[in-house]
Design a protein around this ligand. Sequence first.
Ligand code: ATP
Length: 268
Amino acid sequence: MIASHLIVPADIAVKWSDIAGLDSVIQDLRESVVLPVRHRDLFKESKLWQAPKGVLLHGPPGCGKTLIAKATAKEAGMRFINLDVAILTDKWYGESQKLASAVFSLAAKIQPCIIFVDEIDSFLRARNSNDHEATAMMKTQFMMLWDGLSTDPHSAVIVMGATNRPQDLDKAIVRRMPAQFHISLPSESQRIDILKLILATEEIDRDVDYNRLAKLTNGFSGSDLREMCRNASVYRMRQFMRASNTNNASSTTDINKALLSITMDDLL
Ligand code: ATP
């Protein structure tokens, strides 16, 4: 049951090339995680040539943290365990503790492996006096299991956490994640790259004004841009159906042009 709930099969679909505008984060992760994991036999004895046991991705929602985590696993040839914090913080704490140890031992068995904890702050936030005793025990146990990874020099298990609220994390957790990356809302030029990537598989007029679209979408996340393009695609289909019903020989290209200008009008 654990396996079917938590493991994304080895053939994760996300690759670096599915992510736009985050080249420097990708480059850092390639050097700090992908190469040491892929070539871990090369310098077995080296303590410096080792991937960190903890990586933190932080930044606003919808900006690609989960994408980055999955693509890192894919490019490093690692398995991916998506640890659902809701299960760990379930009221049946006894079971949750068993689950935490099961996850770590499973990760060790199938390594190289990333244990991905989305919204890690909701589970490992700074301890306070209001913490339920079982919650405090759970955190301590999680940290012990995590520390166990460092005692095995050949372990290729990494805990990768993602959060929108890094300031809420327990300092002890932050220390366990020496590699930290901020993934911010995309800048104008990053939005151009993301839009080009999202629209790459669509039949789009060559004259699409990516610069204008990017200017109009200040404050949009990658996820917002994707949703905007999806709405535009639905609009295009509606227009196409309407044109077909009225025997109007409108070309796909023209419809694309219209849909993008409508999208822009919506934003104004
Ligand atoms: P959350 O904090 O809400 O979990 P997140 O930062 O993990 O969000 P993702 O789930 O990785 O965000 O991104 C959501 C979707 O937005 C992706 O599946 C993808 O379609 C799109 N997206 C976001 N950022 C990018 C990007 N840089 N390049 C391409 N697509 C992106």
